[in-house]
Design a binder for this molecule. Structure first.
Ligand SMILES: NC(=O)c1ccc[n+]([C@@H]2O[C@H](COP(=O)([O-])OP(=O)(O)OC[C@H]3O[C@@H](n4cnc5c(N)ncnc54)[C@H](O)[C@@H]3O)[C@@H](O)[C@H]2O)c1
Length: 250
């Protein structure tokens, strides 16, 4: 349970990458705060496991964010089940392989960009139409410090997260004035299965750059996401919010 408390009663959220890590922790926080939540992730089995872990009612949307039809179906299912969609959290993502630039294959480059960048765009586009029509929305994209600073051995990942920051800034301006706010967070390493899957050298490099000298917790990430997704957040859009233990200087 986060130390901050929020009231999301009456709000409907769709969270991508919701079966694990940051997405799962955000689902837990929003459910505890009274939201109706739809969980989107790749397959039904991992979604059932996440729902059991959460111990709450949630709509399950098995979908691949790289497939725009599958994303549109998940948004439609959420709107049909709960009558609206107020909050979209784009947490689905992959780190990709830790590789020196010369070893990055075409396929690896395209896979990381497809999930992290294109997937985030497809989800925003699918959710935005209804949000604009209803005059209310909060979109929170999970970018990374890598998108601002670039991590070595992570050209595709760093580029994919720079794209998320760029599209957040662009879309936030596009829809400013509609009642929809679009922001992103730029976390340093967070203690999740994604980080546990990286090489020891990669994690040590990332931690050596964090002045506070530790990983963030998923609850810390969920707390910032919840703030950006809340009614209390009214005058920020197209912005990137730091969650880096002091690493980022801009
Ligand atoms: N963990 C970190 O250190 C860290 C730091 C900065 C940013 N991030 C970002 O945070 C987000 C969440 O990462 P996490 O650490 O919770 O990872 P995670 O691996 O625990 O969870 C990511 C989830 O995304 C899902 N996913 C992957 N590809 C998908 C697809 N094509 N369609 C639908 N779902 C898909 C996975 O199945 C998984 O459940 C990612 O975007 C990641 O890049 C993580």
């Amino acid at each position: 349970m986060s130390e901050l408390s929020y009231d999301f009663s009456g709000r409907v959220a769709l969270i991508t990458g919701a079966a694990s890590g940051v997405g799962l922790a955000t689902a837990r926080l929003l459910l505890e705060a009274g939201a109706n939540v739809a969980l989107l992730d790749l397959d039904q089995q991992q979604l059932e496991a996440a729902k059991a872990e959460l111990g709450s009612e949630a709509l399950l949307c098995a979908a691949d964010v790289t497939q725009s039809a599958s994303v549109a179906a998940a948004v439609a299912a959420t709107e049909s089940a709960y009558g609206r969609l107020d909050i979209l959290v784009n947490s689905a993502g992959i780190a990709g392989a830790s590789l020196p630039t010369l070893d990055v294959t075409d396929a690896e480059w395209e896979r990381v960009l497809a999930i992290n960048s294109t997937g985030t765009f497809y989800c925003m586009r699918a959710a935005l139409r209804g949000m604009i029509d209803r005059g209310y929305g909060r979109i929170v994209n999970v970018a990374s410090v890598a998108g601002k600073e670039g991590n070595p051995m992570a050209a595709a990942y760093s580029a994919s997260k720079a794209a998320v920051i760029g599209m957040t800034k662009s879309v936030g301006k596009d829809v400013a004035g509609t009642g929809v706010l679009v922001n992103c967070i730029t976390p340093a390493p967070i203690d999740t299965p994604m980080v546990r899957g990286l090489s020891k050298e990669h994690v040590e490099y990332m931690l050596s750059r964090v002045p506070m000298g530790r990983l963030a917790s998923v609850e810390e990430a969920a707390t910032l996401i919840a703030y950006l997704a809340s009614d209390g957040m009214t005058f920020s859009t197209g912005a990137a919010f730091d969650l880096s233990g002091g690493r980022l200087t801009y």
